[in-house]
Design a protein around this ligand. Structure first.
Ligand SMILES: Cc1cc2nc3c(=O)[nH]c(=O)nc-3n(C[C@H](O)[C@H](O)[C@H](O)COP(=O)(O)OP(=O)(O)OC[C@H]3O[C@@H](n4cnc5c(N)ncnc54)[C@H](O)[C@@H]3O)c2cc1C
Length: 715
């Protein structure tokens, strides 16, 4: 159906353009021709005004609709023949209708193709057009320096609505229309188009075009003034920046501020390092390491070791976890940051005005700091669903689990996301009988189904009771035994347990430090613009509290933008770049991803090719006894440009780095294939994946000729 419509449009356009050039119709649209026939045309208009007006209108629509040259001359001609009033009316409607036809033709012919081919790169443009397309179009229309037909065709491939395109175009083109039609009334005096569009006129239009931009800026300033209105602005500031929260985002923000010699205070109410160091990445990875060692000892037979036994105490493992935290803690310590030039204050921060932060220290003393900018980096916390009975049975979260010193015999882990899955496997390997409960139909729902399957298969093989499609309904205590009642396939399932670990997602820390009172706009996280500014332009947010990602590396990434923007706006501002975001889930098999996976590519209609290399074939993986998993690469059809990569297997997170770099810097699979990878390493999997892609794209015709060439050389 779509194909038919396209062909009709193409055929009509081709025919009309062929006629125009074949019959040299352009000669009728020259200034000389119009001037030489002006008297006849005026006589025709006087005799048959309606027919003359309708003809002028139609011809105008056809010329602009087909994007043919000559619209400016026609505008002058219409002015000469119909005068300023009727001329403006005819040209204004005819040019807008013609422009809209060209816009629609471009939409039918090119939009799907352009969006499917470049949609991933155009995401920001599309979002901008959806938000402010009318505004941009208006600006472009006001400045006749941009050829009108280019605007028509370019807008056709964007998501702007036809009606918006129509009325904004008509309004935007009106000023230029009036100027040209009016000039046409003096046609006799015009020798060339430059007499109308003189540099002076063009500069005036350009200034006119700047007007909406300036108006928008002024509006932003007024809006900003309005949000600040209730609070007097301090005449002087004690600090350039106050950063609230010393987790991954806050630490990096403060570090950057100190590095560029700003006066910065970093406030932390609990523990320096935040979640990642104290209750997140670091302890979980330390625990996973001990658990992995145990799993290797259990697999000793596979490696030719007859007997290997592990004697251990869970409490010692948890003590090691704390040792690791203590060993890394100096990196995030008060001493280190003070040495770097940051004023670190241990206390609870509260924003009292857009420029003032009040800090209450543990000893009760209160300090109020006036600051030019604030970065909120208060992080998040485990979100615990209000399931009936949950408080009665008691539960652990990623905040509290690190205090355990006795291994629970039967552990229920609620949640099949990354945190739930990592802790499930670690506790199971340490000897707990773990039941992992997930209401969705599979673990790690954001990943492709075969990734979830690979992880679930391994979990089951390791003795974990994986219950997907189980929705926790309530908790009961029956004869002293704790029971989770879940719904599965329409019936109730009862799962007895000794301890419950809730890992059902994380909520941003938004309450209790002044956001509500001030009126900082929040949803699930703090709402920020592309520069990480809240609705108060001098207050920024970064990390888990800003979202949308909840990783240490994205918190640090955002921190750079928040710090630089907070210190240098409005002179220089940078829009946070989320084009290439990697992440890993540290289960076995490890899962790592950057960019699109197949599921997302299909959902978003992004054309793609899939290349898979099975790590089961890789020499090093075989030697290591880890011959499993895959590298899956999505590329633009027919090209080696990478859209996304998922790796499942040993050290997947480390292997991914090569693809992250490639995507960030536009390096394709061809270049990865042409790069020497050390033998035998797991990293060779990346090169072999590129090789699989290359073989699938081998130039078959050329190879047939080369084969003949070799045959010829053999004689
Ligand atoms: C179990 C687990 C494992 C994880 N594993 C990984 C991983 O492997 N890789 C990864 O990238 N990410 C991982 N994460 C996520 C990572 O920990 C977070 O994304 C990261 O810590 C977010 O940093 P942040 O600075 O935004 O917040 P946080 O680290 O939470 O820091 C916020 C800080 O603000 C302080 N604060 C809050 N309010 C105030 C106030 N009013 N005044 C003063 N201070 C205040 C808090 O005390 C806290 O220290 C994991 C998380 C968990 C829970």
């Amino acid at each position: 159906m779509r194909l038919d419509k396209r062909w009709i449009v193409i055929a009509a356009l081709a025919l009309a353009i062929a006629l125009y050039y074949g019959l040299d119709l352009g000669r009728f649209l020259s200034l000389e021709f119009v001037k030489s026939r002006q008297a006849e045309l005026e006589a025709w208009r006087a005799a048959k005004p309606v027919a003359a007006g309708a003809t002028a209108f139609l011809v105008y629509v056809v010329v602009t609709g087909l994007s043919l040259p000559g619209a400016a001359v026609m505008t002058l001609a219409v002015g000469a023949i119909f005068g300023l009033g009727w001329g403006t009316l005819i040209v204004s409607f005819a040019s807008t209708i013609g422009a809209t036809l060209a816009f629609l033709a471009s939409r039918v012919l090119f939009r799907d193709w352009v969006q499917s081919r470049f949609g991933d790169r155009l995401a920001a443009v599309n979002a901008g057009i959806q938000r402010e397309g009318g505004f941009y179009l208006f600006t472009l229309r006001l400045v006749p320096v941009f050829p009108f037909f280019v605007i028509n065709l370019a807008m056709g491939v964007t998501p702007i609505r036809p009606w918006t395109f129509y009325w904004v175009s008509q309004l935007g083109m009106l000023a230029a229309t009036v100027v040209f039609v009016n000039a046409g009334t003096q046609l006799a005096r015009i020798e060339s188009l430059s007499d109308v569009a003189s540099p002076g006129v063009l500069v005036s239009f350009a200034l006119l075009g700047l007007f909406p931009l300036l108006a928008k800026k002024a509006l932003d300033v007024v809006r900003a003034r309005r949000v600040y209105a209730p609070w007097p602005r301090p005449r002087r500031f004690d600090r350039n920046l106050v950063v609230i929260g010393a987790g991954s985002a806050g630490l990096v923000t403060a570090y950057i501020a100190a590095a560029v010699r700003a006066k910065v205070t970093l406030v932390e109410k609990h523990r320096m390092g935040g979640d990642c160091l104290n209750t997140g990445c670091v302890p979980s990875k330390a625990l996973i390491r001990s658990a992995k060692l145990l799993s290797h000892i259990r697999r000793a037979g596979e490696f030719g070791i007859r007997r290997a036994e592990a004697e251990f105490d869970f409490a010692d493992v948890m003590e090691r976890v704390q040792r690791v935290v203590r060993e890394i803690a100096p990196h995030d310590s008060v001493e280190r940051y003070t040495g770097l030039g940051v004023d670190v204050v241990e206390g609870t921060a509260r924003i009292v005005t857009p420029w003032e932060v009040e800090i209450t220290r543990p000893d009760g003393t209160v300090q109020r700091l006036a600051t030019r900018s604030i970065v909120i980096a208060t992080g998040g916390r485990p979100a615990v669903p209000p399931i009936p009975g949950i408080d009665r049975v008691g539960y652990l979260t990623s905040d509290t689990v690190w205090g355990l010193r006795v291994l629970p015999r039967r552990l229920v882990v609620l949640g099949g996301g990354p945190i739930g899955s990592e802790l499930t496997q670690a506790f199971a390997r340490l000897g707990a009988q773990v039941t992992q409960v997930e209401m969705e139909p599979r673990l790690l729902l954001r990943e492709d189904p075969e990734v979830s399957e690979a992880v679930a298969r391994r979990f089951v093989a390791e003795g974990i009771d994986v219950r997907v499609g189980h929705e926790a309904k309530r908790f009961e205590v029956v004869d002293g035994e704790k029971i989770l009642v879940a719904k599965h396939d329409g019936s109730e399932v009862r799962i007895p347990f000794d301890a419950l670990l809730v890992a059902t997602g994380r909520a941003a820390n938004l309450q209790g430090f002044g956001l509500e009172e001030l009126g900082v706009v929040t949803g699930r996280t703090i709402e920020t613009n592309g520069f990480l500014q809240t609705n108060f332009p001098n207050i920024y947010a970064a990390g888990d509290v800003a979202g949308p990602y909840q990783f240490t590396h994205t918190a640090a990434h955002q921190a750079w933008y928040a710090a630089v923007n907070a210190l240098f706006a409005p002179f220089r501002k940078f829009r946070a770049d989320y084009t290439v975001i990697p992440w890993s889930t540290f289960v076995e098999p490890e899962v790592a991803r950057v960019g699109l996976n197949e599921l997302e590519a299909r959902e978003r209609n992004v054309p793609h090719e899939v290349t898979v290399y099975g790590i089961g074939d890789l020499d090093r993986a075989i030697a290591d006894g880890e011959a499993h998993g895959f590298v899956k690469v999505l590329t633009v059809p027919g090209k080696d440009r990478i859209l996304g990569v998922t790796i499942v297997g040993e050290h997947a997170g480390d292997l991914l780095a090569e693809f992250v770099l490639a995507m960030k810097h536009g390096i394709g699979l061809d270049k990865i294939l042409g790069t020497i990878h050390t033998y035998p390493t797991l990293a060779e999997a990346n090169k072999y994946a590129a090789g699989v892609w290359k073989r699938a794209h081998a130039p078959q015709r050329l190879l047939a000729w080369v084969e003949r060439f070799h045959a010829w050389r053999r004689g």
